[in-house]
Every structure is written in C-alpha cells, then in structure tokens.
Design a protein around this ligand. Structure first.
Ligand SMILES: NC(=O)C1=CN([C@@H]2O[C@H](COP(=O)(O)OP(=O)(O)OC[C@H]3O[C@@H](n4cnc5c(N)ncnc54)[C@H](OP(=O)(O)O)[C@@H]3O)[C@@H](O)[C@H]2O)C=CC1
Ligand SMILES: CCCCCCCCCCCCCCCC(=O)OCC(=O)COP(=O)(O)O
Length: 311
C-alpha cells in the first residue's frame, strides 16, 4: 500500500489538489473581489439604475444602505428585495435606508453621520443619484443650471468628502460614481447635465490620483442610454419637469445589465468604464483626435433637433 501511495497515488493526489487550487485562483481572478458582507451605500436607490444596483449587490451578499428622497419608495425597494435574491448560498441582509436631498449640503452632512451609524464603516460608496435636463441655453434660467449642478455634482462630492476621511483612516474603501458618456462628450440641449457630468469626471479623476496611496480605488462609470425614468424626471430651462419618456431612453440598455456591469467594475476595482454603443464611444475618441469634425457633427445635430422641434 505504501509503495502504491508513494509511487503513484500521492503524486496524483497532489497534482489534483494543485490543479484545483489553480482553478480556484483563476476563478477568483475572473470574478474579482467578493462583496459578501461589504457595507455598500447606494444613492438614488429608489428607481432606475440605483434600484437595480440594490438588487444586484443585495443578491451578492452586501450590507446595503439605500439613499433617496422618498422614504415610501425606498421602503418599497427594500420589500421587493428578498424575492430577487435567488442565490441561496449567499447570506443576505435587510437594507438600511437614509432619506435626504442631495441638493441640500447640510442634509448631506447629516446623512453621512447617519450612514456611518448603521455599521460604523463604508466599504463601497456608489454615487448614483442624478437628474437630467433638456433645454436651449438661451432660454435656460441660471438657477436651473445651478440646481442640476447642486444635485449631480455638489451633492455627490459633498457625500464623498463626508465619508472619505473614515475610509482613509481605515486605509480601506471604494468610491464609485455613475457619470455618463455625457461626462466625456457634450451634446446640444444638455448643457446643465453634460456640464455636471464633465465636472464629475474631472473631480473623481483628481480624487483617484490623490487617494491611491491609501488603497482606496475610484471607479467612474460612463453609461450611454439606459431604460429608466431619467428623461421623465428631467428638468427644462424654466425649471419645470420635462415629463416625456424619450425614445432614446425607452430603447436604452436594460438597467439590470448595467447594474451587473457596476458590480463587475467594483469587484475588479476598475478605474474608468464606458458602457456605451459604437457611435458614442467613437464620438469620445473623435472629440480628442479630430475635434473639428466632432464640433461639426454636434452643430448639425443641434440644427436638426431645432428643425424637428419647429415642425
Ligand atoms: N438613464 C440613462 O440613460 C442614463 C443615466 N445615467 C445616470 O444614472 C444615474 C441614475 O439615473 P437613472 O436611474 O437613469 O434615473 P432615475 O430618474 O430613474 O433615478 C434617479 C435617482 O436619483 C435620485 N435623485 C434625483 N435627484 C435627487 C436629489 N436631489 N436627492 C436625492 N436623490 C435624488 C432619484 O430619487 P427620488 O426618488 O428621490 O427622485 C432616483 O432614485 C444618474 O446619475 C444618471 O445621470 C447615466 C447615463 C445614462
Ligand atoms: C466618422 C464617424 C463619426 C462617428 C461619430 C458619430 C457621432 C455620434 C454622436 C453620438 C452622440 C451620442 C450621445 C449619447 C448620449 C447618451 O448616451 O447619454 C447618456 C445619458 O446620460 C442620457 O441622458 P439624457 O438625459 O440625455 O437622456
């Protein structure tokens, strides 16, 4: 028996264990880091992409803190969650909710304290809340430009800066922001929105470089159109609600798929992720490599949209 083990079975067993270990390492590398038990904060979790992120991160075993302005709608999201956690191998948690308006800086500071009281730490902050805009600059009140900036940019960076010192102290954490392809290219009749997303891209690119030494990654995600209520909720130049589900939004990507891509980006600690089709992606390169052509295309887009509106 000893001879059999020494001469044949033992090396075979050791090789099998080695192969199995290698397989597990490769699988781990492919999947990236686990979010099981991680404390994940999601802003704008009451609808659209934020709600889908809540589903995906809940199913992956994260301890969620869901943020929004409407307590009732957030509670509804929480109640719908257990049914979507089909993976019984994962331990899942009932999410906490924190209610505040991103456009109110004092409320954001108070919310950060409340967020920290939930588990005493934040492992992943997903800055997702946002509002869009449709309008002609000539007919847009400056207060509308400010309001969009308050929600999309100042609210987002205020929450980030309130939570960041606690991540730095622990030398641990991950900051994610849902920007837009419009953070990389500016298209006509979106001035307030595109400006807020360009500012977002710039701020988080600075932050990434500044906090790398604390081992805190920063992920900027820039999606193209997603099938959500974003256009319905958009504001216009006079501050009123746009209230139309645009065809581009209605035919956009499935928010559940985008949420899976967000999870993948978190697991892999990706730095900058563009989730858009061929033309918007090409447009990003064109803006840098052949700006004159990009500007001509945008002018013709503006003329066409103005003509369509007048007809
Ligand atoms: N849909 C799309 O085509 C694309 C969307 N994005 C980005 O994705 C993110 C999510 O948007 P999406 O899911 O599409 O749109 P939705 O309108 O469905 O969701 C927006 C979310 O943001 C919250 N929100 C808006 N304003 C505030 C505020 N002042 N304070 C607190 N929360 C607020 C809303 O909460 P409440 O219930 O309180 O209104 C809601 O939960 C946004 O940052 C958007 O720019 C990026 C690219 C494409
Ligand atoms: C030589 C070949 C040239 C090819 C380049 C073509 C240029 C095409 C322009 C493409 C513009 C794409 C705009 C995409 C906008 C978008 O996806 O935005 C995402 C959002 O954030 C949606 O917000 P919205 O409120 O605008 O619905």
């Amino acid at each position: 028996m000893e001879r059999v083990l020494g001469g044949g079975l033992l090396p075979l067993a050791l090789t099998s264990v080695g192969v199995l270990l290698l397989y597990r390492i490769l699988l781990r590398l492919r999947q990236g880091a686990s979010v099981q038990d991680a404390v994940v904060v999601i802003t704008g979790a009451s609808s659209g992409l934020g709600k889908e992120c809540a589903r995906v991160f809940h199913a992956a075993g994260a301890r969620l803190i869901l943020c929004g302005r409407d307590a009732g709608r957030l509670q509804q999201v929480v109640q719908e969650l257990p049914a979507s956690s089909a993976d019984s191998q994962k331990k899942t948690y009932t999410p906490n909710t924190v209610i505040f308006d991103m456009a109110d800086t004092d409320a954001v500071d108070r919310a950060a304290e409340e967020i920290l009281r939930c588990y005493g730490q934040v492992d992943v902050l997903i800055n997702n809340a946002g509002i869009s805009y449709r309008g002609n600059i000539l007919q847009t009140h400056i207060s509308v430009q400010r309001d969009v900036m308050e929600t999309n940019y100042f609210g987002t960076i205020a929450l980030t800066q309130a939570l960041l010192p606690f991540m730095v102290r622990r030398r641990s954490g991950h900051i994610v922001v849902i920007s837009s392809i419009q953070g990389k290219i500016a298209i006509p009749y979106r001035s307030a929105y595109a400006a807020s997303k360009h500012a977002t891209q710039a701020y988080f690119d600075c932050l990434r470089a500044e906090i790398e030494r604390y081992q805190i990654p920063v992920t900027v995600i820039s999606p193209g159109y997603i099938r959500t209520n974003l256009s319905l909720n958009a504001v216009t130049g006079d501050g009123s609600k746009y209230g139309v589900l645009d065809k581009t939004t209605a035919t956009g990507r499935d928010p559940a798929e985008v949420a899976q891509a967000v999870l993948k980006a978190v697991r892999h600690r990706s730095k900058d992720v563009v989730l858009a089709g061929a033309s918007p992606t090409l447009a990003v390169y064109l803006r840098t490599l052949w700006p004159a052509l990009f500007f001509r295309l945008m002018s013709s887009r503006a003329r066409k949209q103005q003509k369509d509106k007048e007809e």
